[in-house]
Design a protein around this ligand. Structure first.
Ligand code: ADP
Ligand code: MG
Length: 716
């Protein structure tokens, strides 16, 4: 550490007797008056601890600057030199272009600013005082000038080297902070530096000593010193690793505590069926052999519901992996144990479809399966409510109509929520509250990248269906430009002639459901009249009445329709094995996860299946998405790509994502550390389930802080 900072200012040190804490207001730091405090507030910095955890966004190695003669075009670099020439010129459109030439003795770089003519004065000043200037930005090769080419850098970040004699900005690895207007880097650096001097020693380490030792982590004091002012790159890295570990560890410990509380402290309804009985019954009623993955998931569910503790399980499985059968097994256990069970689906079509399957398989066993839909008549609704409250209805399949006022169960023992990403946390809770601690199984076909599962659902038990039922053929996916439409239709015709069925998905119109319905109607007419006049074409969109939708779906299932022109209402869970082609119009408008779901409508039977993306993407991003779709069918890979392309916030929809914001950790690049902390934290909670040991008290306090930041994440 440089030791040049003076600490003997008469104004600065607070009385030594006072106990310092990182919760102290930043006003205790010298040089922080009300005005500066206000600026710090804009960066969300209130306490000393906040400032110490205001990590640099990057570091510049100012012990060695790159020689300008060796920098290549396109690099992001930090360079240092003297200003040797400055000028401003104006374009025809009266735009000011200011240029300054920065020279380090071996080469030069031209700095360029648009419409910032005041830069000229500032840089002329630097030229006359011979100050050394540090710049950061991306270089671009401009062309040859004399014998050598000139590099340019547009709108660089810049500062004077050792500004105001500031030794923190020169000759060292220098932190560069996310800054705010009116608070220059040099100032912020000094503030952080003196805060470190006065407070770093008081930082409380949330990580227990044993964890530090076992995972070879540096102390918190060392880490916060070296994340800001490292003496070497390796010091910086060990500081960063430790801080990332800490951030993940606290989250994982919180999740481990929740999970522990769910599975060990919350009494649940003990179902009385045994796994053997269940397997026997399933073998009798299910028309195919369950996959190993299905059997494993069913055994996991069975272990939960017979344990006497409440189940909180997430069932994850790609489209078509057969989640419904796992749900069915769970329902069966509930009913055989004398309880009611409910299964909630996001759309009426899907609820209907589940109801048909459940009725077909369960009613022969004397189990009553009922359907609760918003579209039922009042009279039928009331009758249904009666059957639910008296316990005559054993299994109730429904939409969100299930969670409405007045739907009361006699003895609700299990709640299954299908396609859970479609429901908010509160809706899920509302259904669970219809019973006294019913078991909960949530199912999702949005394959969540494992890293996110760990952070988002880390407090749930997770079962994964990582195997498709046998006989599935890969879905051949092609991306074609719109002009190839005729050719695509001709290919499709061949398959129709062979007796297959076809989905055509309309372009996505986000502005209005009405417009969407209109465009779907037009497309359906066109296809019925011009494209496939010899085939029966149906139409499905969100503006149709529920009974109309049902009717169309039933016809398509029964193969009295050959082609179904539809909006994305078919995205969720529709299952028609004879449909082997899906054509998606304007595919570039859909997100990756959505395309994957849509594609999952085909490839469900024994026929070779095709997904045609008709798209003329205009952006690189759009092209990247089409390429991912044609390259892979692995839902996990697709969702990782999706997450990469869109970022976690958008991936889940920011509002209810519940993804904690990390201040230093990065869920992509630090995956290994995340996995490491998960193990470590779960072990720690196993050993000290209530965190009562003295050495775990700082961790406990850190967890409480994080809990406050995270809000609702659990389903229970
Ligand atoms: P998802 O996981 O997308 O909800 P489904 O439960 O709808 O998948 O199952 C997809 C299709 O696979 C359905 O037609 C279902 O009957 C069938 N299926 C499920 N499990 C098996 C199995 N073990 N063997 C053969 N077909 C299966
Ligand atoms: Mg499903």
């Amino acid at each position: 550490m440089p030791s040049q900072e003076p600490h003997n200012s008469p104004l600065a040190p607070p009385p030594l007797s006072r106990d310092r804490s990182l919760d102290d207001s930043l006003q205790f730091i010298k040089g922080v008056g009300p005005q500066v405090a206000e600026k710090l507030l804009k960066l969300n910095l209130r306490s000393v601890g906040d400032l110490l955890r205001h990590y640099p966004k990057r570091w510049e190695d100012r012990t060695h600057f790159r020689s300008m003669s060796q920098v290549r075009s396109g690099e992001f670099v930090t360079l240092c030199g003297h200003v040797i020439a400055v000028s401003t010129r104006y374009t025809h459109q009266k735009m000011a272009i200011t240029e300054a030439l920065l020279d380090d003795g071996e080469g030069a770089v031209k700095l360029i600013w648009m419409n910032q003519p005041y830069m000229e004065k500032t840089f002329r000043g630097f030229a006359s005082t011979q100050k050394q200037i540090v710049v950061y930005g991306q270089t671009k090769r401009e062309g040859y000038s004399g014998s050598s080419y000139v590099l340019e850098m547009q709108n660089p970040e810049w500062e004077e080297l050792g500004e105001d004699g500031d030794t923190l900005s020169a000759n060292r690895i220098t932190p560069v902070y996310p800054a705010t207007e009116g608070l220059r880097q040099g100032r912020l650096r000094k503030m952080v530096y003196s805060t470190l001097q006065e407070y770093a020693q008081y930082a409380e380490d949330p990580l227990p000593p044993a964890t530090l030792l076992q995972h070879k982590l540096v102390s918190v004091q060392y880490a916060i010193q070296n994340i800001h002012f490292p003496d070497s790159e390796s010091d910086r890295q060990s500081a960063r690793r430790r801080l990332v570990f800490e951030e993940f560890f606290i989250l994982q410990a919180l999740l481990a505590l929740r999970r522990r509380a769910n599975s060990h402290d919350v009494q649940g309804i003990p179902f009385s069926t045994t796994l053997e009985e269940l397997q026997q019954t399933l073998a009798n009623i299910v028309p195919f052999t369950l996959t190993n993955a299905q059997q494993r998931a069913i055994a996991e569910v069975s272990a939960n519901v017979t344990s006497g503790y409440a189940m909180n399980r997430l069932l994850q499985g790609d489209v078509g992996s057969g989640k419904t059968m796992v749900a069915l097994a769970a329902l069966l256990m509930a009913v055989k144990s004398g309880y009611q069970a409910a299964i909630m689906a996001p759309t009426e079509i899907l609820a209907q479809q589940h109801a048909i399957v459940m009725q077909r398989l369960l009613e022969p066993l004397g189990i009553n399966v009922e359907v609760a839909l918003g579209s039922l008549t009042q009279k039928r609704k009331n009758a249904l409510k009666d059957r639910i409250i008296t316990g005559l209805a054993h299994v109730v399949v429904g939409t969100h109509a299930l969670i409405q006022e007045g739907v009361d169960f006699a003895k609700l023992g299990l709640v299954v929520i299908d396609e859970q990403h479609r429901f908010g946390v509160l809706q899920r809770q509302a259904l669970a509250l219809k019973g006294a601690r019913p078991h909960i199984l949530v199912m999702t076909a949005t394959p969540i990248p494992r890293t996110l599962t760990m952070t988002l659902y880390g407090d749930l038990d997770v079962s994964i269906l990582d195997e498709l039922p046998p006989g599935r053929k890969p879905i051949k996916t092609h991306w074609r430009n719109q002009e190839k439409r005729e050719q695509v239709y001709r290919g499709t015709q061949t398959l129709l002639d062979e007796g297959r069925q076809v989905y055509v998905v309309c372009p996505l119109i986000e502005e209005s459901e009405k417009l969407q319905a209109k465009s779907a109607t037009q497309l359906a007419e066109q296809i019925a009249i011009e494209v496939f006049p010899q085939y029966r074409v149906g139409l499905l969109h969100g503006q149709m009445r529920p009974d109309e939708k049902e009717d169309v779906m039933a016809q398509f299932k029964a193969h009295t329709l050959d082609v179904l022109v539809s909006t994305t209402v078919i995205e969720v869970g529709i299952d028609v094995p004879n449909a082997s082609v899906i054509i998606i119009e304007n595919a570039e408008r859909f997100g990756l996860a959505q395309l994957h779901q849509l594609r999952g409508r085909v490839g469900r039977g024994e026929h070779a299946s095709y997904c045609i993306l008709l798209a003329d993407p205009k952006s690189d991003d759009g092209r990247a998405r089409m390429e991912v779709m044609t390259a892979t069918q692995d839902g996990f890979r697709i969702s990782e790509e999706d997450l990469r392309l869109r970022g976690p916030g958008e991936f889940f929809g920011t509002r209810q994502s519940g993804i904690p914001e990390f201040s230093i950790a990065d869920i992509f690049n630090d995956m290994d550390i995340l996995a490491e902390t998960r193990e470590a934290a779960f072990q720690l909670v196993e050993a000290d389930p209530k965190l009562t040991r003295p050495e775990h008290q700082p961790l406990r306090r850190a967890i409480e802080k994080m809990r406050g930041k995270m809000g609702l994440m659990s389903v229970s």
